[in-house]
Write a protein that binds this ligand. Structure first.
Ligand code: NAP
Length: 249
């Protein structure tokens, strides 16, 4: 199904995990992909894997999303390489967990700068051309932590709740220009990020998930593809929770 034919997508954090699954799924739908990740090796690995199946569909960009100047330079290169951007998926994210009482300024700043400012950096870099073309899809990857809070993740939960507020605000600012802005809030998904949790924590978490298991990166990619597609053209400012039923509003 070529629902993203002739479309250009930027996926940040495309080097592993959920971002890799999103990049591959949009490419499967016919999109061309700018694979952004922090390391050159991971962005190149995923772009190569996509090109092996869809020749010429992907290019790698090694960028720290927290660095505004670097993001502006990367976006300029992406526009030069592909000519336009139709879809932006802000997925790059990190955790630096610890109780608030002992959380260092560095751990607070690193998480907010990557997860929240990083998304805003890329949004600002693509916003003007999207407004000009009067179309666009922006999908921000939040987290259930941003909806319900999570002890030990003050920085992470604040960054993800911030992303949800950013999503709603930009949805209002950009709706008149044919651009939708939505968020996906994953629950616990099997990636490097959750692999570091010890077995006790993992089984305690599974006990809180009505569907009784962690999700797969593909579960998030499917939700992102829907929100990025023409099928979702009347949906904006929403947060779609994909968490096996953990959070029910
Ligand atoms: P992951 O496996 O740790 O992968 C994170 C990706 O983000 C990597 O490709 C990494 O680049 C990239 N990245 C990190 N910091 C970056 C920076 N400063 N600039 C550019 N790229 C950066 O994480 P994941 O589990 O797939 O998570 C993806 C997103 O989903 C994150 O926003 C996360 O908060 C969110 N999320 C995940 C879960 C979960 O259970 N896994 C749950 C809720 C929300 P390199 O590969 O180059 O290092």
């Amino acid at each position: 199904m070529n629902r993203f034919e002739n479309q250009i997508a930027i996926v940040t954090g495309a080097g592993r995990g959920i971002g890799e699954a999103i990049a591959k799924s949009l490419a499967e739908g016919g999109a061309k992909i700018a694979c952004v990740s922090r390391s050159e090796a991971n962005s190149a690995k995923v772009a190569d894997a996509i090109n092996a199946v869809h020749p010429g569909a992907a290019k790698p960009y090694a960028v720290d999303v927290a660095d505004k100047k670097a993001v502006e330079a990367a976006a300029a290169k992406i526009f030069a390489d592909f000519g336009k951007v139709d879809i932006l998926v802000n997925n790059a994210g990190i955790t630096r967990d610890g109780l608030a009482m002992r959380m260092s300024e560095e751990d607070w700043d690193a998480v907010l700068d990557t997860n929240l400012k990083g998304a805003f950096n890329f949004i600002q870099a693509v916003m003007r051309p999207m407004i000009k073309q009067r179309s666009g899809r922006i999908v921000n990857i939040a987290s259930v932590a941003g909806l319900m809070g999570n002890a030990g993740q003050a920085n992470y939960a604040a960054s993800k709740a911030g992303l949800i507020g950013l999503t709603k605000t930009l949805a209002r600012e950009l709706a008149g220009r044919g651009i939708t802005v939505n968020a996906v809030a994953p629950g616990f998904i099997k990636t490097d990020m959750t692999d570091v949790l010890n077995e006790n924590i993992k089984s305690a978490v599974v006990g809180q998930i009505p569907l009784g298991r962690f999700g797969e990166p593909g579960d998030i990619a499917a939700a992102v593809a829907y929100l990025a597609s023409a099928d979702a053209s009347y949906i904006t400012g929403q947060t779609l929770t994909v968490d096996g039923g953990m959070v029910m509003a």
